[in-house]
Design a protein around this ligand. Structure first.
Ligand code: NAP
Ligand code: ZN
Length: 351
């Protein structure tokens, strides 16, 4: 076992603090990674502050990990020391159920192992994430990074925010000739705008923040709607093929289902602490509209997304922080004041 530095929480209502954690020596199939940068996802905040049930403490979050391979086990074929790699939200799954066989490890029927907050044998009995100096991961769950080295920090958010928006955009066949809405311009939403635009869809950004209007256009939106303005919303009634809702708080879904055309889908990826108000059934049945959900993406699709982004020069818009500023970053994220993803410089853990 190796002792390394990390940042984590011991309880829901106190700030994160420095904590020493143990990582296993790499086993035969393991890749040991020195973490360079880790993105800050709203799921980290939900988990640390126990907004969802079941947080295991001490909690070291972080599932948008990029870094360099420092050692590999004897059976590892795909990676060697020095490679630039990423780790997203998953570090294991059963690898024999129908979902795993279909490269949909995120829907593993026996329960996947999340990068943090999943029970495992390693100390302290659950997984600890990327707010740490190093991680050891089965090679099947390690991704290859093909972006230039200079973009590495801005690639980190692709590992969750990128794949969580890419996967539903692909599944619902968004592309040329389709009208697509992205709701909430935060970490996920800003990647959703970039990816929907890159796939060729007519992309409309929905925001509650008047001040994000220009940014949304710069990110690739064809149109921007401030969702608090009823008049602006009404102009888009019955017109969308697909709307991706990334909002991290409870809100009225009818405002968006009523913008869908016949057979359109509102896909929820945001997971708020408190439930959304029950949607209006009439708004669904009269145009055969659907409300769906989507969870991150499998390993093959995550690699496909990373390569898609590398070929097109797509990265996240980031604000780099030292780990010591993490609580301030959480407070700003809570206030929708992120432009558009915080990324931790993991070198700051050594301070
Ligand atoms: P984020 O950076 O905080 O962005 C969320 C955005 O939602 C905000 O920037 C804001 O955008 C909008 N918003 C926030 N509060 C709102 C409110 N009360 N009413 C309306 N809009 C509001 O969060 P994130 O990291 O993108 O994550 C978003 C959600 O997705 C979280 O719940 C997270 O846990 C979840 N998530 C799900 C998956 C999955 O696999 N399904 C994966 C990762 C994350 P505007 O200022 O533009 O309105
Ligand atoms: Zn995430």
């Amino acid at each position: 076992m190796n002792i390394i530095k990390a940042y984590g929480a011991h309880v829901a209502d106190k700030p994160l603090e420095p904590i020493d954690i143990e990582r296993r020596e790499p086993g035969a199939r393991d890749v040991q990674i020195e973490i360079a940068y880790c993105g800050v996802c709203h799921s980290d905040l939900h988990t640390v502050r126990s907004e969802w049930a079941g947080t295991l403490y001490p909690c070291v979050p972080g599932h948008e990990i990029v870094g360099r391979v420092t050692a590999v086990g004897g059976d590892v074929k795909s990676f060697k020391a020095g490679d630039t790699v990423g780790v997203g939200c998953l570090v294991n799954s059963c690898q024999h159920c129908d979902a795993c066989a279909a490269n949909l490890e995120q829907y593993c029927e026996n329960g996947f192992v999340a990068t943090y907050n999943s029970r495992i044998a390693d100390p302290p009995g659950h997984t600890l994430g990327g707010y740490s100096q190093r991680i050891v991961v089965d090679e099947k769950f390690v991704l290859r990074i093909r972006h230039p080295e200079s973009q590495l920090a801005a690639v980190a958010p692709l590992l969750c925010a990128g794949i969580t928006t890419y996967s539903p955009l692909r599944h619902w066949n968004t592309g040329p000739g389709r009208k697509v809405g992205i709701v909430g311009i935060g970490g996920l939403g800003h990647m959703g705008i970039k990816l929907a635009h890159a796939m060729g869809a007519h992309t409309v950004a929905f925001t509650t923040s008047e001040g994000k209007r220009k940014d949304a256009l710069d990110l690739g939106a064809d149109e921007v709607v401030v969702s608090k303005n009823a008049g602006e919303m009404k102009k888009h009634a019955n017109s969308f093929d697909f709307i991706l809702d990334t909002v991290a708080a409870s809100h009225d879904l009818d405002a968006f289902t009523t913008l869908l055309a016949r057979d359109g889908t509102l896909c929820l990826v945001g997971v708020p602490e408190h439930a959304h108000p029950s949607p209006n059934v009439g708004a669904l049945i009269f145009k055969r509209r659907a409300i769906a959900g989507s969870l991150i993406g499998g390993l093959a699709e995550t690699q496909e997304m990373l390569d898609f982004c590398a070929e097109r020069g797509i990265v996240s818009e980031i604000e780099m922080i030292p780990i010591q500023k993490i609580d301030e970053a959480y407070d700003r994220m809570q206030r929708s004041d992120v432009k558009y993803r915080f990324v931790i410089d993991n070198a700051s853990l050594a301070r």
